[in-house]
Write a protein that binds this ligand. Sequence first.
Ligand SMILES: [Zn+2]
Length: 243
Amino acid sequence: MAVDKDVHTVRFEDRPVLLAEQAGKRYAVVGLALTTKPGNYQLALTTTQGALASQSFQVQHKDYPEQRLTIADDRKVNPYQQDLPRIREERATMDQAFVNFAAVPVQLDFLSPTQGPKSSSFGSRRILNGQPRNPHSGMDIAAPTGTPVIAPAAGVVTAMGEYFFNGNTVIVDHGQGLVTMYCHLSEMDVKPGARLEQGALIGKVGQTGRVTGPHLHWSVSLNNARVDPALFLSRAAPQVGAP
Ligand SMILES: [Zn+2]
């Protein structure tokens, strides 16, 4: 949402928020978790003069469809006891990557990370092998194993590994709490800490982890809320940001 020109920092629920500029206007780009309840919310602002202010906004209810999937490897739906420490450790790694806030200018006009049909299943309530699981927190792009996956915008590789649910996974930090994640890869072609230009090769599409077939699962996180990646493929998004 638009904020005054002299806004210096914005926080939402204790997380710093991305600030961007477009056509001479300043915008706070706030991520809202799927679990956010409808109602009135406040952003906490500081101005360049150090004054405090707040700005309110409304969250409305949105319905998401139900999606039923069958996963051949039931252990990926009902992990064994001995899988749990690994799953907890991987979740901690991802959580840490999502809360990083690098005060650098941000590119919001994303390229598509791979070529193929894009699902619009973000937010769908998932029933896996008949059991309710977390809603779908990203976009699935169907493509054959080996299809290149590229960085949609410049960033830094802050975490990567072979994760229990997400398979071979790369996490890219674009700055100001904008973090993207690439899952189920057959190959990872980057190293931890690598700086990527927009369009740089990250890896290849695969079917590692919890999948029904080869595809890229692509997550976009803003101030630690997973948001619909489709929003960043729209040319309507603000183009360039500065902290
Ligand atoms: Zn997915």
